[in-house]
Ligand binder design. Structure first.
Ligand SMILES: [Zn+2]
Length: 502
């Protein structure tokens, strides 16, 4: 009965409830639509910004190519990159950057800055060449008279792409399209000189939110392979000179000591962790066979994916050097030349960069470039991959094999979240540090790959300026990766080895 009496009241309440529910749903829907619309508008804006940046980099390509080939021609060795650094500094200053030169006690190191406030995004630039690799830009081995340096690692492209990407970002900051600070780091002597380690040690990467880098290669991929730690030194032995035939008993050979050390190091190979790499060159082995050498020098690299192992094996090499001196009656001293960490990968940043690499694509060659490439490939030992591989992009994946290379970028990766890529600047199958790499780098085969790198780095930077949540996530991953480790340079507190190429 009561229910019957209350029915009209109940119906009215139901109506009110239904209206409220409808209203709530409607306003939720509107809010949701507004958010979606905002998101769409933001992503459209971001895409437009990226398109504009790609056009900017296409427009600066001719000038960038000229810069890269000029530095390819300078081919200056580690810490002697005076003209190469000056050219980059000039371009950055003309574009409006303020440039601090001679940083970390290195005349050819610089930091170029534009903008203010956060985020602070850094881009690394390298420009040193390798000794003994002078080569014409032709598809057969042809050295250049009177020249020693050659860009066998493509650092002439490296520096130029990084400066170009930095300048593109600077324009966006200037036009208030993005807010924050862009820094281009001029990093000398990557090849053995560990230039960046001094810049890290002296605090030049403090307060930087993320660092972007790249490296010339024979493929296109975001780097998910760690670089291996490396500790290097020059071991010097002093003996006693004497006539090698008339009074050998009065001599003590410094070269004997070098040979004894090398013999012990070579036997040691059987008793060290598998992935260790030990290599050496005799940088001074005496001057004449009829003079017992009173001075000899050997330059060693010791590498391993784990820096503790590299350091441990390095220490064993120094013990062997002491033993070699004792056994040959000579005196030994050594100078640590370089030391670099293993690379700390940042997956968050790598995923972001992969999206942008997919946008900028690989490299395609003209018929003339393909013919050049076929000749280059004909000089390889073993089979070469298809030339068309240069147009493909490797999927993002952590590769278990740590690869063989080392880089001072690794030290940066232990103080700032860091991400990098490789692009095809050399014909597929080409080894770094070879005459083939120098030859490709001196042509448009190299500069085309450089443009892909500049574009990918600039787009990744734009994302970082626009996505604080990604930076946050990258930082969390970084903190976890570093763990309780307190960064300590493997080369200790030595001053930059400015004369290591003498
Ligand atoms: Zn390199």
């Amino acid at each position: 009965m009561d229910a019957e009496q209350n029915k009209p009241k109940f119906d009215a309440m139901k109506k009110i409830l239904a209206i409220c529910l409808l209203f709530a749903l409607n306003s939720y829907g509107q809010k949701k639509n507004a958010v979606t619309n905002n998101n769409n508008a933001a992503s459209q804006q971001l895409n437009a910004l990226k398109e504009k940046t790609l056009s900017m980099l296409d427009a600066s390509y001719a000038a960038d190519k000229k810069t890269a080939l000029q530095i390819w021609d300078y081919a200056e060795l580690g810490y002697k990159e005076t003209k190469s650094a000056a050219l980059h500094i000039q371009n950055l200053k003309e574009a409006g950057f303020s440039v601090e030169t001679g940083v970390a006690g290195i005349p050819t190191a610089f930091v170029a800055t534009y903008g203010s406030g956060s985020p602070v995004i850094g881009i690394l630039a390298e420009y040193d060449a390798l000794p003994g690799l002078a080569q014409e830009a032709v598809p057969e081995k042809k050295s250049i008279d009177g020249k020693t340096g050659g860009h066998g690692c493509g650092h002439h492209l490296f520096g130029t792409a990084s400066v170009s990407a930095g300048i593109a970002i600077k324009k966006l900051i200037e036009e208030k399209k993005v807010t924050g600070t862009i820094k281009v780091y001029g990093c000398p002597a990557e090849e053995g000189g560990s230039g960046k380690v001094y810049m890290v040690r002296e605090g030049f990467f403090k307060n930087v939110d993320a660092v972007i880098h790249w490296h010339p290669a024979n493929q296109n991929r975001v780097i998910m392979t760690s670089f291996i730690a490396n500790k290097s030194a020059k071991f010097r032995f002093n003996g006693i000179a004497s006539h090698a035939a008339m009074s050998p008993e009065n001599g003590r050979s410094a070269l004997d000591a070098v040979e004894a050390l090398n013999h012990m190091a070579n036997m040691m190979r059987e008793h060290i962790p598998q992935e260790t790499r030990i290599h050496y060159v005799i940088t001074n082995g005496g001057k004449a066979p009829n003079v017992v050498p009173d001075f000899a020098e050997v330059y060693y690299y010791v590498r391993h994916p784990k820096r503790e192992v590299a350091v441990d094996v390095f220490d064993r090499i120094t013990k062997a050097a002491e033993g070699a001196a004792l056994g040959t009656g000579t005196k030994m001293s050594y100078e640590i030349v370089g030391g670099t960490h293993d690379l700390l990968i940042n997956k968050t940043l790598a995923e972001l960069m992969q999206e942008n690499l997919a946008k900028t694509g690989g490299v395609s060659y003209t018929e003339e470039e393909k013919a050049f490439g076929k000749k280059i490939q004909a000089s390889f030992i073993g089979n070469a991959p298809p030339i068309e591989d240069a147009s493909t992009i490797k999927p993002l994946q952590i590769e278990a094999d740590a690869g063989g290379g080392s880089s001072d970028v690794s030290d940066v990766s232990y103080v700032v979240p860091t991400v990098g890529l490789e692009t095809a600047t050399w014909i597929p199958g080409t080894s770094a540090h070879s005459w083939q790499a120098v030859a490709c780098g001196g042509t448009e085969i190299g500069t085309k790959g450089m443009l892909v790198a500049a574009k990918t780095m600039a787009l990744t930077a734009i994302d970082l300026f626009n996505k604080p949540a990604v930076i946050q996530k990258a930082k969390e991953e970084f903190v976890k990766g570093v763990g309780s480790y307190q960064y300590k340079p493997l080369l200790g507190d030595r001053k930059p080895a400015l004369n290591y190429r003498d």
